[in-house]
Every structure is written in C-alpha cells, then in structure tokens.
Ligand binder design. Sequence first.
Ligand SMILES: [Zn+2]
Length: 54
Amino acid sequence: MLKLLRKLAVEHCPTCNEIIQSQHSSICYTRACPHGHYTEETYSHLGVRIVYKK
Ligand SMILES: [Zn+2]
C-alpha cells in the first residue's frame, strides 16, 4: 500500500518522462508536465477531473 502511494505521488509524463509537477489553487488541484504534454485538473468540490494530453 505504501509502495502504491509513493508511486502515485511521483508520476512521470507519458510523453517525455519528465516528473509531473503539482499545484494547488483555491478552485482546483493541477498536475502537469513542465513541457505541457499532460495536464490534469481536479475540482474536488465538483467531483470533476479533467485530463488534457497532447
Ligand atoms: Zn512531457
């Protein structure tokens, strides 16, 4: 279980294998590749998750 959580905490971009960076704001939680290949936005109050892949 601990191993699984650690794997989820450090994800890599499927395109360039760069470490996915996460950011919190008042409305959403964003995880994104620093090169813009992958963006995931989670709106926890809406229960919505949006994923953009390039
Ligand atoms: Zn990337």
